[in-house]
Design a protein. Structure first.
Length: 97
């Protein structure tokens, strides 16, 4: 899946969930990044309040509900930098993807 497709699905999910106040960036370990804030997500490597480093395959598994976010974090598949509260609030976004 292309990053632009991920951004489009994330924009839909953000709209359904009512958006997020702070910005978050999903950094796909050398395969680009998707940045989101409010009800919009876009392909961008812009600075964010919270950066989540995750392999794209693991991100897709998280979005599909096939990988538990807490297990991914505990096993090191998902790394969070910055405002941890932003990452904790993303479950409603993933539930809508």
């Amino acid at each position: 899946m292309e990053n632009s497709d991920i951004a489009a699905k994330m924009t839909e999910a953000l709209s359904k969930a009512g958006g997020i106040d702070k910005s978050v960036k999903f950094d796909f370990d050398g395969e680009g990044a998707v940045w989101a804030q409010g009800t919009e997500a876009k392909v961008s490597d812009a600075e964010a309040d919270c950066t989540i480093n995750v392999d794209k395959a693991d991100f897709l598994a998280l979005a599909a509900g096939e990988l538990d976010p807490m297990m991914a974090f505990m096993s090191g598949k998902l790394k969070v930098a910055g405002d941890m509260s932003v990452a904790m609030g993303l479950q409603s976004i993933f539930a809508n993807m």
